[in-house]
Structures are given as C-alpha cells and as structure tokens.
Design a protein around this ligand. Structure first.
Ligand code: LLP
Length: 424
C-alpha cells in the first residue's frame, strides 16, 4: 500500500496534488511520501516482532536504495539502522541521526581509508567479504589499538533476484566467502587480538519474489552458526540481508513481509541469536515517484507513437539497465482509449527508452506523468550524462512538501570542471 492515489481527477502524493509540486519545483523531479516510508517500516517491524524467535531485530535500511538524508531521517526516527557500503553512505547515515551502533558497513572493496573511518566512527559491525579485507582491517585496527566488531559475509551459493545483474548469492559472484571459508576466517578473526567477530551475514540478491531461495540461504546460515558454536566460537548476531521484492504493477505479488517473517522464524526456531535485516527496496520503492512532463508526442506517419519526456535514463536508469518495468501514470487522466506508445527520454542513445509498445492513455505535450515505484534505486543511481543536472527531490508529509535536494544550477555544474593553466 502507498499514498499515491487519484483524487478529484488528479494523482496526489498524500494530500498534495502532483501538479502543485511540478509548478513549484519544475520537472523532472522525484517525489517521496513520508507516510508510505513510515508505513513500510512499521509493517516490516511488526511482521518481524510478531515472532519471539526473531526478537526485536535490527532493521538496517540499505542506504544505497535511496540515500537522501531527509529520507534517512524519516526512517531513523522510526528506529531504523543503516546498511552502508561506502564512507559517503556512513556519513549520510550519521547526518540523518542514525546512531553508529545501528550502522552496518558492507561492500566488497572497502578502502583502507574507509575501514579506518568506520573504526573511528564505531559502527556496529564491519561485514568482511574476503580474507585480504580481514587482514587489512586487522592491520589498520592494530595501528589504532582498536578492536572493531566484525561479521563475515557469506556467499551461500543460492541463486535469487529479479535480474542477473542484481543476483549476488551464487558461488561465482564477487560477494562474500564460501561457507567453508567463513568457518576458517571466523576462527582466524577470533584468534586475532585486533578483531572482534560477533556474527555472520548474507545477502543473496534483490527484487526476490519467491521465498524458496531465501529460505535455502537462511537454513545454510543457521547451520553455519551452529557449526561455529560447536567449535566453541561465540556467535551473537545473524544478519540475513535484504532482497525482498516489491510489486512493480505487472507482476505476481511478491511475498508479504508477514510471509517473509514467518519463514525466517520457522527456519530459525530454537536459535538464540540477535537478528538483523537489510531491506532497501521494500522500504522505499513504492514510497516514491518520478514526475516528468511530456515534451512531444510524435506520431510517426509509419505508425509508431513516441512520447518524449523531459526525464531520461540518467534520471531513472532501471529500465535501460535491467529492462525494469515501471508503471507510467498520467497525473490528470483524460479518459479516452489507450494507445500503443514508446516512452522515451531525450538522451542521444536508443537505450534511453523507458518502455516500448505499452498501452497508455492519451498523452499530449505538457502533460505530467508519474513513474511509479521509483523511490528505490531511482535518484540514488542518477548521473549527469548528457550534462543534465541531477534532478531535485521533494518530500511530502500530509499537505506539506519540501525540496530535500535542490536542482543544481548550470553554473554550479560547470564550476566543478577546471581547465589547467597550460590551456588557458
Ligand atoms: N544488503 C546488501 C549487502 C546489498 O548489497 C543490498 C542491495 C541490500 C542489502 C538491499 O537489497 P534490497 O532489499 O534493496 O533488495 N540497483 C538495483 C538493485 C541493486 C541491489 C544491490 N544490493 C535495482 O535497481 O534493481
């Protein structure tokens, strides 16, 4: 459920008509609903808390999905932690008020500087993805006289995820270490005076719409915890990652947070441990839309209809990169018969196509359209390709809205480039 609905003939975000935001801020623009963010977080937390075995788990929101500090703040106020993958994301989480003890630091290639920053920040857990990384962290920690808390990221060799580019849990993917390696590295870390291993973690993919692969991975993780404990090692935490899919309109409904929690509880029955989850998309995807304007409707005499928008693949990369489907809704539906359309952006490559051969209501130049479910991996993946400034972001709460990221000026964009003196 989300808070985008048509009222009095116009799509609203909560109590704000989207045309009011377009008029005030211009398009393209991302628009997020506070009530939806809060609702998604609450639904997940209640589902997880509904099972004694899961206790009161850490919900470390995967910042990469939508890293705007205001969005992070909404979730932090609800009690969310943060799953981060760079120093930049740690800094964003801290700026949003996420306490370090709720920040998890993941990623296959953390630099020495980033590891040192994480130690100094006192993050809850550094998720170690390889032996070289374990050694590097131990060396940095020794230099500082610190003993950072770590978990070992396991690659449970389970295939899952909506697209090959977002599947992370197969043995040949770059993420984590095998179950066998995890045992060896955990023991190695436990023997180090500079490391404090507290748990194991996994994340097998994103936009997962079937619980079976998650269940298989969770079962392997449980067995791993039991094996480690049988060796006399202390294992206090089990981080089960994110990955639960969301409905993108034209697909079967993914499992609900309730089903997901029930599955996790079933697999973990009798295991006394502190759980963590790292949802990204689940919390933010359906809490945001990309609002764009139609620049032209080009009806080719040979018969194809192109709807050319002011938004492009640099603003919302998912269709070009993953053939992702986003529902496209007119902000003020006119009624009348639907037509077969190609919806494209202005960028100079064919890949800048949001959809081909989609039946859409009549759209004319100047009309506003909303790409639904664009709150996750939308703004966060945007670039300035074709020297198009990053587009603004707006947060709605009830009948209020605020710009939470401004559209940069062209001057500010160009200012970043420096022509060396020898070319002057
Ligand atoms: N934890 C880790 C270690 C991750 O790598 C990810 C996502 C998550 C949690 C959150 O996964 P989620 O709950 O959002 O599925 N750009 C792609 C998705 C990439 C996901 C990368 N890792 C897309 O637009 O579909």
């Amino acid at each position: 459920m989300n808070h985008f609905e048509v009222r009095e003939g116009e799509l609203h975000c909560e109590d704000v008509p989207l045309s009011a935001i377009a008029a005030a801020v211009g398009t393209p623009v991302y628009v997020y609903s506070t009530a939806t963010l809060e609702r998604h977080f609450t639904v997940l937390r209640q589902a997880l808390r509904g099972h004694n075995v899961l206790g009161d788990p850490l919900i470390a929101y995967a910042v990469k999905a939508n890293s705007n500090v205001a969005v992070l703040r909404v979730l932090a106020r609800q009690g969310a932690g943060a799953d981060t993958v760079s120093e930049g994301e740690i800094r964003r989480a801290l700026a949003a008020g996420v306490p370090p003890e709720r920040i998890v630091f993941s990623g296959v290639g953390k630099t020495a500087q980033e590891l040192a920053f994480a130690i100094d920040t006192g993050v809850a857990e550094i998720n170690i993805e390889s032996e070289p990384e374990l050694d590097l962290l131990a060396q940095i920690a020794a230099g500082k006289g610190a003993r950072p808390t770590i978990a070992i990221r396991v690659n449970p060799d389970v295939s899952a995820g909506g697209h090959s580019k977002i599947s992370t849990g197969k043995a040949d993917s770059k993420f984590g270490v095998s179950l066998a390696e995890a045992e060896r590295l955990y023991a190695k870390a436990a023997a180090s005076p500079h490391l404090n291993p507290v748990g194991v973690t996994c994340h097998i993919g994103s936009q997962i719409t079937d619980l079976a692969p998650l269940e298989a991975a969770f079962a392997k993780m449980r067995a791993l915890v039991e094996r480690l404990r049988a060796q006399g090692l202390t294992v206090e935490r089990l981080d089960l990652g994110g990955g639960l899919g969301v409905p993108y309109f034209n697909m079967p409904e993914p499992p609900s947070p309730t089903d997901y929690a029930a599955m996790a509880a079933r697999v973990m029955t009798g295991l006394d441990i502190q759980f963590a989850f790292e949802p990204g998309r689940l919390l933010t995807a359906n809490a945001g839309v990309l609002l764009a304007s139609v620049i032209h409707r080009h009806d080719r005499p040979e018969g194809r209809r192109f709807v050319v928008l002011d938004a492009a693949m640099n603003d919302l990369l998912r269709p070009a990169m993953y053939e992702a489907y986003h529902d496209i809704r007119p902000v003020r539906p006119r009624g009348g018969p639907e037509q077969l359309c190609d919806v494209v952006g202005p960028i100079c490559e064919t890949g800048d196509t949001f959809t081909r051969d989609r039946m859409l209501p009549d759209l004319e130049a100047g009309d506003l359209v909303a790409f639904m479910s664009a709150g996750a991996y939308g703004a966060a993946m945007a670039s300035e390709y074709n020297t198009r400034p990053l587009i603004p972001e707006v947060l709605v709460s009830g009948d209020r809205f605020a710009v939470i990221r401004e559209r940069p000026s062209y001057e500010a964009m160009l200012e970043r480039d420096k022509v060396p003196a020898w070319l002057a």
